[in-house]
Design a protein around this ligand. Structure first.
Ligand SMILES: *Cc1c(COP(=O)(O)O)cnc(C)c1O
Length: 354
């Protein structure tokens, strides 16, 4: 039986995408060949790459606005250094909202001065700092739109003339925002788009080429733009499956449609967390993520019972990250409302039992 998979990443993808991707591994488009054994220079694969790149821009409403979409390797973690390598001349600002921001800061420090514009570190990152000053001499300001570990999400983005860069690994394609306010967006595929292996980068081409730094070819965004994201062998399976997920999303009605569903799912889980006296939310209410809901048991003695109950209900992957503890229900795009309802039922059953 298929589990209700609340895993934080790698995570659930649409069932029909799993089916189509597995078929392509055995026999891609009735070619008698696997998607894994065809040349990445073949027309078949070049078409897949181009479709993935154009679907990404289309879904984000960034077509014809000077942006390029790339599917690269190395995960979001490589983007922590690649963004700074390509864009940091002297000084950049970082909003420190958790472990991923902190890692981005660490890498960027290799390339220039880093100003931490604000941080919620002193309260274990359970809220998003607001109302901070942004120095006017920054090359860019780096944000993390959704903090996967803590379950916080930026609901508003600073209105500023400073160039904005955003790590959207865990909430890209989940909600409608004005994506053109960012000069560069990056996201590891494995949280809301596809299997691990590919990283989506959306970059406004005219921000490149402004540092005097010599950049190794493979770390230079311009190289990948010039080579249509095929400078070296791309992660073919991850790109193919991401393309299938983006097609699925488009068919569903795009980001507007998925956002509506995501809001329903988030409302369902958070109202149970708030109404059920056995549970407590971790993140500040106004900053709660619609992708990762973090909560704890008020009485830890119930842990064994609760854990047995959700496992019995076919639920997978709700243990919290070690730095927060408790539970984390990741409710990414492909997770159904029915799966959330199953978890909410188990939480209610625990209350009736306890
Ligand atoms: C998971 C995650 C990362 C790290 O991604 P990798 O692809 O494993 O390098 C970075 N940022 C955020 C917000 C994440 O959720």
């Amino acid at each position: 039986m298929k589990k209700h998979n609340f895993s934080a990443g790698p995570c659930i993808l649409p069932q029909e995408v799993f089916k189509e991707a597995s078929q392509a591994v055995l026999n891609f488009n009735n070619s008698g060949l696997s998607i894994l054994e065809i040349s990445h220079r073949s027309k078949d694969f070049v078409d897949i790459m181009e479709e993935a790149r154009s679907l990404a821009l289309e879904l984000l409403d960034l077509e014809g606005k000077g942006y390029k979409a790339l599917f690269l390797q190395g995960g979001a973690s490589t983007q922590f250094l690649m963004t700074a390598y390509n864009l940091l001349q002297t000084k950049a600002g970082y909003l420190n909202t958790g472990a991923w921001s902190r890692k981005a800061i660490k890498e960027a420090k290799l390339f220039g001065d880093i100003v931490e514009v604000a941080s919620s570190k002193d309260s274990n990152f359970n809220f998003i700092p607001k109302g901070y000053d942004i120095p006017d001499d920054l090359d860019y300001l780096h944000l993390t739109s959704n903090n996967t570990i803590y379950g916080t999400q930026l609901k508003d983005f600073p209105s500023t003339n400073t160039s904005l860069i955003c790590d959207m690994s865990s909430d890209i394609f989940s909600r409608q925002i004005d994506f053109s306010q960012f000069d560069l967006i990056y996201a590891g595929a494995q949280k809301n788009m596809g299997p691990a292996g590919a990283t989506l980068i959306i970059v406004k081409e005219d921000i490149l080429g402004k540092t005097n730094r010599k950049i190794p070819s493979i770390l230079d965004y311009q190289t990948h733009i010039n080579k249509s994201s095929m400078f070296n062998t791309p992660p073919v399976f991850s790109v193919y499956t991401s393309m299938l997920t983006l097609k699925w999303l488009k068919k569903l009605g795009g980001i507007t449609a998925i956002e509506e569903l995501n809001e329903k799912k988030a409302k369902l889980i958070y109202s149970e967390i708030d109404l059920n006296p056995l549970f407590q939310g971790f993140a500040a209410k106004e900053d709660r993520s619609n992708m990762n809901a973090t909560f704890t048991l008020v009485n830890e003695d119930l842990k064994e019972t609760f854990d047995a109950m959700w496992k019995e209900a076919g639920i997978n992957g709700i243990n919290g990250h070690r730095s927060v503890g408790g539970y984390r229900a990741s409710i990414y795009n492909a997770l159904t409302l029915e799966s959330v309802a199953t978890l909410v039922d188990v939480m209610g059953d625990l209350e009736r039992k306890a």
